[in-house]
Design a protein around this ligand. Structure first.
Ligand code: FA5
Ligand code: MG
Length: 381
């Protein structure tokens, strides 16, 4: 278990110091709050819901495939831009590459935004069945199912001509069918009966591509993306005759459904009332919320500038309020006759662990107003 040091740590055999990751220069956009999450590896804690879930997924694969899936769970989350994007065919102008969406350590290096960052490298080293679990990082919105650090598990399975030739199906159909059978089986193994649906989607690295959604807390929740791997990726690793499938599971999302965890921030809680509810190897337990504390809503309105983005606002809010920020939601948006656009955001403050005082919240909100104005170049109304 890597223990967090104040300013240095080791993960995946790589030594990381804070100065390497958080710098005040334009090629770097990693804040302190993100640095502190590096090396925590929640997925490697057997008593943590993410670790319990990971182990249950391992059990499923071990029980169902005689050809064992290789497991990787300690790969360094700091990866080359090439691995995170180019190797999985993400186009040069794709939004996910922007500084607005991804944390850059420098112009050539990112905090991986998905475990797909390791696909190509592991294929190149000759593996054909593998699972990669790790923490991933994204500049993103703030609500109960989004967090800037979360965990994914990547799965890849490569097929050879003899696999599909006897089936009477073409290679793509065969591979897509095997993928869906595998993931539906996994869902049954984890949840028993659960309401779910497949949705067609797009990823640069798979075709066809699908998402699986599960009905949770009155809404459809996207829990994974997957598809038939683009042949180009296989060809580049020397597998010219092969087809493969790949998936990326959102572990927090699956664990929320599995354990009835209502808010994604709870995964980071060290409150005993949370941590003591989970036991190694136990899937069936439902989380019992300790008394729910009241939310406090604060609105902030401003005229936006051209450079304004919601992700930048969310990062400011997280930087100040941390996990006390439960949601940031655009509630009003209009453009006046002069062409100036106004946004009003409602920030919900709530602690998972205690009641917040008015003074405390007012202080946070006034700091948010100050920093938003200064850093995001907006004009408060
Ligand atoms: C991907 O990241 C693809 N790499 C998945 C993939 C792998 C597709 C291999 C095809 C083949 P996406 O951005 O949709 O896809 O994220 C995958 C899952 O991560 C989502 O379904 C969701 O469950 C979870 N997820 C995404 N963003 C967040 C977030 N901010 N907080 C928590 N979970 C998230
Ligand atoms: Mg998605």
């Amino acid at each position: 278990q890597p223990v967090m040091a104040a300013s240095a740590l080791e993960v995946g055999g790589v030594k990381i110091s804070k100065e390497d990751v958080v710098r005040d220069d334009p090629t770097n956009n990693v804040p302190d709050t993100i640095f502190t999450k590096l090396g925590m590896q929640l997925h490697r804690r057997d008593q943590h819901p993410l670790g319990i879930l990971k182990n249950a997924i391992y059990d499923y694969f071990d029980a169902n495939y005689s050809n064992k899936f290789e497991k990787f769970e300690d790969l360094c989350p700091i990866v080359p831009v090439i691995a995170n994007f180019d190797d999985v065919l993400v186009p040069a102008d794709h939004v996910s590459r922007s500084y607005n969406d991804t944390y850059y350590v420098d112009s050539q290096t990112v905090l991986r935004c998905h475990t797909s960052a390791h696909q190509a490298e592991i294929l190149r080293s000759g593996h054909t069945h593998f699972l990669v679990t790790g923490d991933v990082y994204r500049r993103d919105s703030i609500d109960s199912t989004h967090y800037p650090v979360f965990h994914q598990m990547e799965g890849v399975r490569v097929f050879s001509p003899e696999d599909w030739e006897s089936s009477g199906l073409d290679a793509t159909t065969y591979t897509a069918q095997d993928l869906k059978t595998c993931l539906e089986g996994l869902a049954r193994h984890l949840f028993g009966a659960v309401e779910m649906r497949w949705v067609d989607t797009y990823f640069p690295f798979t075709s066809p591509s699908f998402e699986l959604e599960i009905f949770f807390q009155e809404k459809w929740l996207e829990v994974l993306g997957c598809g038939v791997m683009e042949r180009e990726i296989l060809k580049r690793s020397g597998k010219t005759e092969n087809y493969a499938w790949a998936f990326g599971l959102g572990l927090e999302r699956l664990a929320m459904v599995l354990f009835d965890i209502p808010d994604i921030r709870l995964f980071w809680s060290s409150d005993k009332r949370f941590t003591s509810q989970f036991t190694k190897g136990q899937l069936g337990v439902k989380f019992k919320p300790f008394s729910k504390f009241p939310p406090c809503y604060k609105d902030v309105s401003f005229w936006i500038s051209e450079a304004f983005t919601e992700n930048n606002l969310c990062e400011v809010v997280r930087g100040i309020a941390g996990d006390l920020a439960e949601e940031v939601q655009l509630i009003d948006n209009f453009t006046n006759k002069k062409g100036m656009t106004s946004h009003c955001y409602r920030i919900t403050y709530r602690s998972m662990e205690r009641s917040l005082t008015d003074e405390e919240i007012n202080e946070l909100q006034s700091k948010v107003r100050e920093v938003v104005q200064e850093k995001l170049k907006v004009v408060l109304r």
